[in-house]
Structures are given as C-alpha cells and as structure tokens.
Ligand binder design. Structure first.
Ligand code: ZN
Length: 685
C-alpha cells in the first residue's frame, strides 16, 4: 500500500481552511483523515477514526487543551472541521483515575465535555485517544491487519511482523476498559509507534499528521507483505450443480425468505432491499466446502456486527429448473437463522441493561455458485451490508490462507451489537410507511408518473422510474435523488418490459408495487375510425397494462409476500367522451383487468386497484388541447379545468396521493378511486 500524501495538496488544504479561520494543525488533520477514509482497504462506513490534540477557546474566551476527535459515524473520506468535535482534554484524562464507569456514566461521557454542546457526538473510541499523549492519532480497521490479528496466535505474529514497534492490546470491547488497558500497554513501552488492538484494528501515533498517516501505511504494508507469504490454497470447493440459476431469479426468493411479518399488521411485511455482489474472490469464498465454519465464525472487527449481524445466512446452491426446491430450502434456512438469532439474544440479553432485540432477519446472505447479498431496510443500508460482507470475505480469506480465522466470542459480539454507543453510529431512524418496498412506475417521465414516483419515494419506497423516453425518466429520477433509478422501457414491447423488471430486481432484489401508469389518448369517431388506430390504442392502454402486471406478479409470486398492482384507468373507462372511443374502450377493458387480477391473486396477498383520474395537465392533456376544448365549450381555460363538482383543478399530485392511499390500504383490493374533483357521470355505482 502506497502513501497518498502529496505535500502540495496538504499545503493547499492548510491555505484553503486557513482562509476560513481553521488552524493549520486541524487542516492537516482533515487532509490525512480523508486520505485514510477514501481507501476501503483501511476504512469502511464509519469504522475507524482519528484525532488531534490542540487548543480551543471556550465561551469565557479561555484557551483550553482539547481533543478534536472524529464524530461518531462520520464519513472520514469527506470529513470537514465540524466532523471533529472539540472535547476538553483534562477532564477526559482525569477519568483514567476511575476504576470503572457504569453504562449510564459511559453514556454521558461523549457529550459531557464538549466545547460546543451542539457538536456531533465524538467517536466511541474517544477515551483511548485522550489517554494517549501523541498529538496525532490514526485508527483503522485495515483489512490486511485484521487478517493478521484474527488468528489464535495474533500476539506472536504481530511481534514478528511489526518488529515490536506496535504495542499489543488484548481484546476488550471499545469503551472505558479498552482505553485504560491501551494506556497501560503504551506506558510499559512508550517508544511504540502505535498499538494493535487484538481482533479489532490498529492505531498509529505521530508528532505531526504526516507521521501518523505514513506509519499507518507502513504497518498496513507490512501486514500485506506477510499475507503474501506461506499461503495455503483456500478454499476447497464444494460440488455445485451443473447449471446455477442467475442472481435475478434467486433474489426475489431470498427477499421473500428474509421478510418478516410485522408484529402488529396482518399482511404488513417488513421487506429487505438487496444489494448483490459477485467476484472471483466472493465465489471462491461462498463455494468453499467449509463455508459454514469460516463464514459463521464471527465478525472480522467488532463494529461490523451492527451492520452484518454476528453471522450470515447460508442457503444451498440454486439449480436451474429447480427453483421450487431452492425456495423451500431457503425458507427453511432463513427460519433457522431467525430462530438461532432469537436464541442468541435470549442467551446474552442480560449482559446489556434494557436491551431490546433488533429484528431477527439476516443482513448478509451467501449463495454458493451465485455470490453474496447485502440486506437492509433501504438500498443504502443494503449497500453498506454488502460492503461489510465483502471486506469480511477478503479478511477471512487471507486469514485462512496464513492460518485459521478466529474472531471474538458471541458474548463479545453481543456486547457490541447492543451497546447503545455503538448503535448511535446508525443514527436516529425514522421508519417510513413504505420503507423496504420497491415500487415500479411506468410512464414516469410524465406529470402523473413523476408525481407518483416522488410521493412513493417520500413515503420510504425505493422507486424505479420507467419511461419510453429514458431522458425524461432520468431527469425525474434526479429530482427525487437518493437511490431512485430510471430505466428506458417501451411497455408495449414484452422484451422491453421483461428487461426493465430484471433491472429493477438486479438493483433492489424484487418488486412490491407496480404502478402501471403509461398511456396515451387516441381519438376518432368510432364508426369511422381506422382499425389500426384502435389496435394501437389497445396495445398501450390495455395490453401494456397486462404486460406490466404479468411481469410484476411473476416476481411477487417468487417472493411470496403479496404485492400491490395499481393502474391508471381514467374516467373514460366508465364515462365515454365524444370521439374518445379509441381511448375509452381499452381503458374499460383495463378496468376489468384490475378486477381480474384482484380475483385471481387475492389468495396470494396481491392487491389490484385503480385510479380514475380526469382533466390533469400532462402529456395527455396538453395546453393546446385544453385551449381547444375550452374554446369549443365557450368557457375559459380555467373554467374548463375546474369544471367539476368541487370547482377545483385536479393535479398530478392529487393522483399520486390516491395511488399512495391505495398502496397503504392493506385491506383494499378491486377498488376504483376517482380523482376528478367530482363528476357524477363518471361516478361508479
Ligand atoms: Zn475501532
């Protein structure tokens, strides 16, 4: 591993931050922290931290010694001065005289001595930084170091590899006890350039930012070099079926198997979002004969446990043509995981006061022949779980190549998994009603589709915006942000629909809600209209709805967790407009399509509902068209748009809210909701 320090860049950081009143020592702290945070071999998702001992002024204007330490869970790769809260150093150091700190006292420590009470909470490893004298301290969970120290003989290996230049601290969970122990180890040999924390990670010290950083790089490089020597071949592969089913067919089945039925809600499922990873290294790992031993032996570093749980779910290899057998095996394995997790919680819960069990579903699934999946309540969480799992694959593979991967005990993992200060890294969570659900919206480049995608995303769903106009879909997806994806899809083309749904499954793991919204209006007096026009309209306004619903239902059945089909049917389905036969006829057929789906798939928990909207400004109802119609009726444009019982114009947002209400109404199916401001001729009776 090479040092990424560039003197010119470091100076530039000092100048740039200097202009904003940031002292040079903090500017360099930021510069080297970012170097560490940008390399996933060193730091992943809030794992790792750094600090600086300097001075700051308190409210009284008095200059005091402070520790500026990374905030808990902050991203080191993009950290700014505010990411380093300043904490009074003297009272922190005074805590060392204490024999013990209770959990309640420990919970007060992070915020007790902040210079700015509004600052983020400092890292849980703050005390360790405070008890060490070095001006700059860097800490990482470098994968190469973990492979070396996740061994039964870690202490001896470290003496050999680091030539005694790093102190060795036996495993203790992060917190007061670890900070005290680390200080004792350091004081026995104050010449050490850093510390190894057994089964956890590495600290390096420096008089300046560059020294601490380059020591980190040098020691990690030593670990990397050791991992290249005396390797044995890993892993002996297991016998796999000739033809393995692809990840997109496996994902919905796993998603269903790892879905929990909400404690309170009949039919309300807590579904995970999936992130798929495969590489030669991952396949070598998941295909190993002994995968259950080394993959379930524990975490590579303790803070991973809050993202990955103490062990992954392992399912059998999925064989092409035998997905039913795979599904029942996956369900069984997932149930066993859940039972084992509940038993683990029951065994250890007395260790943490007031511990409340997290959901019992797995966060990582290993699939021989296919790869690994990260699972989370959102796409972001799923990506983090997959990143952590991938780091574990690398760390465990190298550990096994030079010895035998050894982790901390389940009791130790429990202590970290349920430690409130560790959990604080996850941040406060607001659980939105559609969190964990994947919604596909067709015609999402248009006004109604885009408003619907926004409304579903705001309710917590992961959204896929499909449109024949890929650019329009992309632009709308951009305004939603987050993990919204845009896909080109011609809903009248079966292959295009299939491909788009496959992409959605590849991205999120499945589909829960399909909003079949794409449509277009054709006109013509029915007795004279060209049959080609009628057929064209049927393709888009009827058959396309069928294609979309069929693709969605296939995935929903594989998941086995119900689902929701929503259709934009239009008031034309019940109230024909003059010369609008080519539009109204297929829409009327689509209204019955909705009822047919409700009837045929109710027993599978799949609901089918429709919205009959009217007079919404959109691609269908262009400004030109509105002007014409208004003129034809001898009314103003505004009177035309508000010509309904309520006298109010109906908007795309109104339609979106109706779709959302139907998605949330778990006991409602075969429903038609009118969103037209009131039109008695179009009212259903
Ligand atoms: Zn750590």
């Amino acid at each position: 591993m090479k040092s990424a320090w560039v003197e010119r860049d470091a100076k530039e950081a000092v100048d740039r931050y200097g202009k904003a009143g940031v002292a040079a020592d903090l500017a360099l702290r930021i510069y080297s922290t970012r170097l560490l945070g940008r390399d996933p071999r060193l730091v992943l998702h809030g794992g790792g931290n750094s600090s600086l001992k300097t001075k700051a002024r308190d409210l009284a204007g008095e200059e005091v010694a402070v520790l500026r330490v990374k905030g808990s869970g902050a991203d080191m790769g993009a950290i700014e001065p505010a990411g380093f809260p300043a904490v009074r150093l003297e009272p922190l150091r005074a805590l060392r005289a204490r024999k013990k700190l209770s959990d309640d006292e420990m919970a007060r420590v992070p915020r007790a001595y902040l210079i700015d009470p509004q600052a983020p909470s400092p890292s849980v490893e703050m005390l360790l930084h405070a008890f060490m004298p070095a001006k700059y301290i860097d800490h990482t969970h470098a994968t190469a170091v973990l492979s070396l120290i996740d061994q039964p003989n870690a202490a001896a290996l470290c003496v050999q590899v680091f030539s005694g230049r790093l102190g060795f601290v036996p495993y203790i969970m992060p917190g007061f006890g670890l900070a005290k122990k680390a200080a004792e180890v350091f004081e026995k040999n104050p010449k050490v350039e850093g510390l190894i924390l057994d089964k956890h990670g590495i600290f390096t010290f420096g008089a300046d930012a560059r020294e601490a950083y380059e020591r980190m790089i040098a020691f990690v490089t030593r670990a990397e070099n050791r991992l290249k020597k005396n390797r044995k071949a890993v892993f002996a592969g297991t016998k796999l079926p000739q033809q393995i089913a692809p990840a997109i067919e496996v994902a919905p089945i796993l998603r269903g198997a790892c879905t929990l039925l909400d404690a309170g809600g009949e039919g309300a499922h807590q579904r995970p979002i999936l992130e798929f990873r495969a590489s030669d290294a991952i396949l070598n790992f998941v295909n190993g004969k002994d995968v259950a031993r080394y993959a379930c032996a524990g975490v590579v570093t303790p803070d991973h446990v809050i993202r990955s749980k103490p062990w992954p779910l392992i399912v059998p290899a999925p064989q092409v043509g035998k997905l039913d057998a795979f599904k029942s095996a996956a369900l069984k394995a997932a149930q066993k995981f859940i039972d084992d997790y509940k038993a683990y919680f029951a065994r250890h819960k007395a260790r943490t006061k007031g511990a409340v069990m997290h959901d019992a579903a797995p966060r990582v699934v290993l699939v021989p022949g296919v790869g690994l999946f990260g699972l989370g309540a959102s796409k972001r969480d799923a990506i983090i779980a997959a990143d952590i799992a991938q780091a574990a694959v690398a760390g465990i593979t190298d550990a096994e190549a030079i010895g035998r991967f050894t982790s901390i005990s389940q009791a130790d993992m429990f202590d970290c998994e349920y430690w409130p200060l560790e959990l604080a890294k996850l941040g406060a969570r607001q659980v939105l009603p559609l969190a964990g659900q994947v919604a596909v919206i067709t015609g999402a480049g248009g006004a109604i589709g885009a408003a619907t995608a926004s409304a579903f995303a705001a309710a917590g769903a992961e959204v896929a915006l499909l449109d024949v106009d890929a650019k329009a879909a992309r632009e709308k997806a951009k305004t939603i942000g987050g993990n919204a994806i845009a896909l080109k899809c011609d809903v009248t083309d079966a292959a295009s629909v299939r491909d788009a749904f496959a992409r959605v499954v590849a991205t999120f793991g499945g589909v829960d809600i399909a909003i079949s919204n794409a449509g277009a209006a054709w006109q013509g007096r029915i007795g004279e209209v060209d049959e080609a026009v009628l057929r064209k309209s049927f393709e888009l306004n009827f058959f396309a709805h069928q294609k979309v619903a069929q693709a969605a239902v296939k995935i929903m059945l594989a998941q086995g967790t119900g689902g929701c089909l929503l259709f934009n049917v239009s008031k034309q389905a019940v109230n024909p407009g003059v010369n609008f036969g080519p539009y109204g006829l297929p829409k009327a057929a689509t209204l019955f399509l909705v009822r047919q789906y409700a009837l045929d798939y109710g027993a599978d928990g799949i609901r089918a509902n429709a919205v009959n909207a009217d007079r919404i400004r959109s691609g269908l109802l262009t400004s030109d068209f509105i002007r014409q119609r208004a003129k034809a009726r001898g009314v103003s444009e505004n009177d035309y748009m508000t010509g309904n019982l309520l006298g109010r114009e109906v908007t795309a947002q109104d339609v979106a809210q109706a779709f959302l209400a139907q998605a949330l109404a778990l006991k409602t199916t075969a429903d038609v909701t009118t969103v037209d401001g009131g039109n008695i001729a179009a009212a259903l009776r």
